[in-house]
Design a protein around this ligand. Structure first.
Ligand code: ADP
Ligand code: ZN
Length: 624
């Protein structure tokens, strides 16, 4: 029974043919009243896992989500499908709030979005106490984990759910969880097995290609990437600092790329305006700190670029996961260099708080560095990290041009012994810059004082170019064979350094390639993937279909403007592409397109046919 109902809702309301991955099982389990912990990559289709049970079950489905700024859009998207949805947060005025509360209490709403802090407030708890609740969904559930990378204390309040509403099913969902974080989430939310079922999907995002390149002139490198592969595409560029967000946005704008800035230093109005433009307009680039992006479900983000090193693999995977939710080809691109390592190590070293917390941060950073320095497949590394072994992908940068390694043992010994002797014979310690000067034999003041005879005693060689020495230092830092100390970030030895200096441990190092411009990537050489089942063809459309696609997009833009919603709330690109590629002639044929449900068919079906017909007649006139 339940299965048929769920499938019926999928087809009728959402306009999709079939469930993906674990969706079917999760939905059946929750519809029948079971608790669940769902791990699915971004774009995997988590929302349906709670939306369909909320529609099918009696009572309101309460969705806890950390980002109030997106609730309006989420609710708009559901209403556009004919689903009764609402939200309660601080952006509502008292009248609006009363309306939503009345709807909830009277059972006129299937989905109610709330921020976690709302569950600490009496009025909300009272409202829920007198309403019939169908389920609780906890979105972005990794926020409850202290070991994770995005802990939010408000999430701890969610443990009340199982106590106050023992009979109501709870479903927690996240896109980022290593086995360790997953255990912590389950523990804190009382979702341990076998009481709750855990659904762990394949974490692969086959349509995303991963590339990590040595940092030279990051903004120029980014511009080259955009011009060669992502002209006119929507994308997100992450920077570490507010200042660098501002400079990068200015740089892109000055170079003809439509870019907006987003960081916590901008006033709330500007942030909201920029976010809304990014969601509503085509082809904008958002330059942001990581304050931006959680819960952004814009399906057609074509690239995510990092100009600075993320602090953890979890963060990196979540941020890059915002690209290509529609299943079409997308790029994850990161530039990374010596200064990134020094800066991050120093930040951790000088961060206040407990030693245990610093160790957690250092472990996260180590994993991120290992990803950057790996000579193996990036995707395989990522999937391994999230607990699912995989074969090399054949599409990431390291698969396309496998980096070679060289024997860096002697170089490492020279560098480490320089640091060692400076410390033990001179009681001096220097930052990266001065240490490089010394190994390169360059006479800065401090080095001159240090004396030339010393330099030769150290066996320091100028035979390696500076770029290589920088790569040596970077990789020694990344491998934990060298450390950064104190607020000046001076270099110091670690316990492991001794194994290189005195036990002749070998040190294979990665040969930095010049950033190869893989022309055959993203746009042309896309590989087909299971997720392209949406009819979102990877190959570019033939000219006729391309014309139809453009006409449909123009129509969509005007409809979206009129209704004040993002274009993808009207139809996704994937849906328009399918229509353009194989134009329907009747309403029944429109209904068969993926992403066209009952409500959208009734609202837009005729208009779509009209757009196609107008184009066909104008095309016919041109021919005569
Ligand atoms: P997540 O929350 O896991 O990042 P979403 O729930 O936003 O992912 O889903 C990603 C995209 O996939 C959305 O555009 C959604 O409409 C689409 N989608 C989800 N499930 C299906 C399905 N069974 N068939 C086709 N498209 C789907
Ligand atoms: Zn690979």
């Amino acid at each position: 029974m339940a299965e048929d109902t769920a499938l019926d809702v999928l087809r009728r309301v959402f306009g999709y043919d079939s469930f993906r991955g674990d969706q079917r099982e999760v939905i059946d389990h929750v519809v029948e009243g079971g608790d669940a912990l769902v791990l699915m990559p971004t774009g995997g289709g988590k929302s349906l896992c709670y939306q369909i049970p909320a529609i099918v079950r009696d009572g309101v489905g309460v969705v806890v989500s950390p980002l109030i700024a997106l609730m309006q859009d989420q609710v708009d998207a559901l209403r556009a499908l004919g689903v009764r949805a609402g939200f309660l947060n601080s952006t509502l005025d008292p009248d609006e709030r009363r309306l939503v509360e009345a709807d909830v209490a009277a059972g006129r709403i299937d989905l109610l979005y709330l921020a976690p802090e709302a569950l600490r407030t009496e009025p909300v708890l009272r409202l829920l106490a007198r309403s019939r609740i169908g389920l609780f969904a906890i979105d972005e559930a990794h926020c409850v984990a202290q070991w994770g990378h995005d802990f939010r204390p408000d999430y701890l309040a969610l443990s009340v759910l199982s106590e106050r509403w023992p009979g109501v099913p709870r479903i927690a969902l996240t896109a980022t969880a290593t086995p360790r974080t997953r255990a912590e989430i389950a523990e804190r939310l009382h979702l341990t097995e076998p009481r709750a079922r855990h659904f762990v999907s394949d974490f692969d995002r086959p349509n995303i290609t991963y590339r990590i390149v040595p940092k030279k002139d990051p903004r120029r490198q980014l511009l080259t990437l955009l011009r060669s592969e992502h002209e006119g595409d929507a994308g997100i560029v992450y920077c570490l600092s507010r200042a660098s967000v501002e400079r990068t946005a200015e740089f892109l704008t000055a170079n003809g790329v439509a870019a907006l800035a987003y960081h916590a230093g901008l006033d709330a109005g500007t942030r909201a305006r920029h976010q809304s433009r990014f969601l509503r307009e085509d082809g904008l680039v958002m330059v942001a700190t990581i304050a931006f992006g959680m819960g952004i479900d814009k399906p057609d983000v074509r690239f995510v670029a990092h100009l600075d090193l993320p602090k953890s693999v979890e963060g990196y995977y979540q941020e890059t996961g915002r690209a290509g939710r529609d299943g079409l080809a997308a790029t994850a691109w990161l530039t990374y260099g010596l200064q990134d390592v020094v800066q991050q190590r120093r930040l951790i070293e000088s961060s206040p708080g407990e030693a245990a917390h610093r160790r957690t941060q250092a472990a996260h950073l180590d994993a991120m560095l290992a990803l950057c320095e790996t000579v193996g497949c990036r995707r395989r590394f990522l999937l391994d990290y999230f607990g699912s072994p995989a074969a090399p992908c054949g599409t990431c940068d390291t698969c396309l041009s496998p980096p070679t390694t060289w024997d860096g043992t002697v170089a490492a010994q020279k560098l480490l012994s320089t640091v060692y002797r400076l410390r033990h014979e001179r009681h001096q310690s220097f930052g990266v810059g001065h240490c490089l000067d010394i190994v390169l034999g360059r006479g800065t003041e401090k080095v001159v004082r240090f004396g030339h005879d010393r330099l030769s005693v150290f066996g320091v060689g100028t035979e390696l170019p500076e770029a290589t020495w920088r790569a040596v230092v970077r990789q020694l830092l990344a491998q934990g064979l060298l450390a950064v100390q104190g607020e000046h970030g001076t270099l110091a030895l670690t316990e492991a350094s001794g194994t290189v200096l005195w036990q002749h441990r070998e040190v294979p190092l990665r040969q930095d390639s010049t950033p190869a411009r893989s022309t055959g990537s993203a746009r042309s050489g896309r590989r087909t993937s299971g997720r392209e089942q949406d009819g979102a063809r990877s190959a570019d459309l033939p000219p006729e279909a391309q014309k139809r696609f453009e006409a449909l997009r123009a129509w969509r833009t005007s409809v979206a403007k009129e209704q004040g919603v993002p274009p993808y709330v009207v139809f996704h690109d994937a849906t328009l592409r399918q229509i353009a590629a194989d134009p329907p002639a009747t309403l029944t044929e429109v209904a068969a397109v993926n992403g066209v449900g009952e409500t959208k068919l009734a609202k837009y079906g005729t208009q779509v046919l009209e757009v196609l017909e107008a184009l066909a007649t104008s095309g016919a006139k041109d021919d005569t």
